[in-house]
Ligand binder design. Structure first.
Ligand SMILES: NC(=O)c1ccc[n+]([C@@H]2O[C@H](COP(=O)([O-])OP(=O)(O)OC[C@H]3O[C@@H](n4cnc5c(N)ncnc54)[C@H](OP(=O)(O)O)[C@@H]3O)[C@@H](O)[C@H]2O)c1
Length: 298
């Protein structure tokens, strides 16, 4: 689908995206680029980075890839600095890198739990921490008149309730949401940096969906979803463009669930016809009951 936004809403911005070379992250890279931003993508696999950069360049988007692991502070520092060296500044940091797999709490080793916490939560904090000096108002590489930069953390909706076989990702994404709100408070106040989050539901054509929702579960889930479909990477990327652009200039500390309302969904126990019949029967009984004595209609 075409973007509803003007092509220049991110003109002149420089964005660094962890996990920006694949899946949802890559779609955000692409849409940021199509809306005027220059793009740096970070990840561990060189071939994935190379493919992403070629694809972005073929769309006329200035792009560069940096190998690095968000769990390593020295990698985070090196990649942030390399981005600033390459493009001259940093305006936007997107933390989309994550680890995920389905496993019961009983079968998950503490080390497996820690790995996901390290990538999603500690990795997000490390990247924010290393990027601060470039993102803050008056920071290195920013003109004195420009405002502070923008951070977007990608979490999930899994931890809004509880999710089967996702204890590690739920805990890690809950921590990411806490980082988003706390940094919005501290760095919004001190440095004019806006920090927001997007919490995607199941998004089609991604590694996340195929790993976390095998087809059998996917089909079942659709029956209970308010909009009866999985989302598209485009849905996440458009929200990211909106939040990163001036249209989002007063949005700070918000975490936008984009899941078609799925996290609110519950199985429907009664059809609408059945509920109408029950209501009529209850009303009839209540009218027939002696007046004057307070009784419950149920
Ligand atoms: N897909 C969904 O339905 C869904 C739903 C809710 C939330 N999300 C969130 O959306 C984001 C993108 O998910 P996706 O499904 O599009 O997955 P994906 O394509 O697997 O993206 C994950 C990216 O993170 C990078 N990455 C992983 N570990 C890293 C590390 N230690 N250091 C640097 N980069 C690392 C990966 O590249 P390398 O392996 O090359 O490092 C990859 O590019 C994730 O935060 C995910 O939790 C997705």
């Amino acid at each position: 689908m075409d973007s509803p936004f003007n092509a220049d809403v991110l003109k002149g911005k420089v964005a660094l995206l962890t996990g920006g070379a694949s899946g949802i992250g890559f779609e955000i890279s692409t849409q940021f680029g199509k809306h005027g931003a220059s793009i740096a993508v970070m990840g561990r696999r060189k071939n994935v980075l190379d493919d992403a950069v070629s694809a972005l360049n073929s769309l006329g988007i200035p792009a560069v890839g940096f190998e690095g692991d968000v769990r390593k502070q020295e990698d985070a520092q090196r990649v942030v600095e390399a981005t600033v060296k390459h493009f001259g500044k940093l305006d936007i940091l997107v933390n989309a890198a994550a680890g995920n797999f389905l496993i019961s709490a009983e079968d998950l080793s503490p080390n497996g739990f820690k790995t996901v916490m390290d990538i999603d939560s500690v990795g997000t904090f490390t990247m924010c921490h290393e990027a601060l000096k470039y993102l803050k108002k008056g920071g290195q590489g920013r003109s004195s008149s420009s405002s502070g930069g923008f951070i977007l953390n990608i979490s999930a909706t899994l931890h809004y309730t509880a999710s089967w076989y996702q204890i590690h990702v739920s805990a890690a994404k809950a921590a990411v949401d806490a980082l988003t709100r706390n940094l919005a408070l501290e760095w919004g106040t001190d440095y004019d940096i806006r920090v927001n989050g997007i919490a995607p539901g199941p998004i089609g054509d991604t590694a996340g969906l195929s790993k976390l929702l095998p087809q059998e579960i996917n089909n079942k889930m659709r029956e209970n979803s308010p909009l009866y479909k999985v989302g598209e990477k485009w849905d996440i990327a458009m929200a990211a463009v909106y939040l990163a652009s001036d249209a989002g200039k007063y949005i700070n500390g918000s975490i936008l669930p984009i899941d078609g309302g799925l996290w609110l969904s519950k199985p429907r126990h009664l059809s609408k016809d059945a509920v109408r019949q029950v209501s009529r029967a209850v009303e009839k009984r209540s009218r027939a009951a002696p007046v004057g004595i307070p009784t419950s209609k149920l």
